[in-house]
Design a protein around this ligand. Structure first.
Ligand code: 4NP
Length: 163
């Protein structure tokens, strides 16, 4: 088993979209029973809320349903529980580094660092933007999902073979 947590600020725009897009890739490859996916926010403003309606709409246009997701905040347990804790931007990553016990810090990364020759290091916050900003987030996440999944699959094989 490998467990992947996507993290942004509010857990209503980028990280639930990342969760939905990545889960679809996991399902396509028949790995749903071996790779678990979740998302959370570093902030507490939107706990319990569904994703932003613009995020739901943008994901739906690409066949990904986010409507049943609900926002939650990152908790101390997440650092124990997850194998991959993947931040959308540098500010999210800095917050995670501050909260994360030292023995788990190597689980932390920026999503775009998994993408060779990525056009940007960060998935920009679309909250104060418009529809095109949400489309841009989807473009980045759809591209990143396959690259990250290849790494998670490799880790899964080494866990399962005990290598
Ligand atoms: P997210 O976007 O971090 O991608 O979920 C945001 C959502 C809400 C806020 C900021 C970013 N906010 O300040 O309320």
């Amino acid at each position: 088993m490998q467990k992947v947590l996507f993290v942004c600020l509010g857990n209503i725009c980028r990280s639930p979209t990342a969760e939905g897009v990545f889960r679809r890739e996991v399902e396509k490859r028949g790995l749903s029973d071996r790779i678990q996916v979740d998302s959370a926010g570093t902030g507490d403003y939107h706990i319990g809320k569904a994703p932003d309606r613009r995020a739901i709409a943008a994901a739906a246009r690409r066949g990904v349903d986010l409507s049943s997701l609900r926002a939650r905040q990152v908790s101390a347990r997440d650092f124990e529980e997850f194998d991959w804790i993947v931040a959308m931007d540098k500010s999210n990553l800095a917050n995670l580094q501050r909260l994360c016990p030292p023995q788990h810090r190597e689980k932390l990364s920026l999503l775009m660092e998994h993408v060779p020759n990525a056009p940007t290091q960060e998935v920009p916050d679309p909250y104060y933007g418009d529809e095109s900003d949400f489309e841009h987030v989807l473009d980045l996440l759809e591209n990143a999902a396959g690259h990250l999944l290849a790494k998670v699959e490799a880790a899964l094989s080494s866990v399962e073979t005990g290598a």
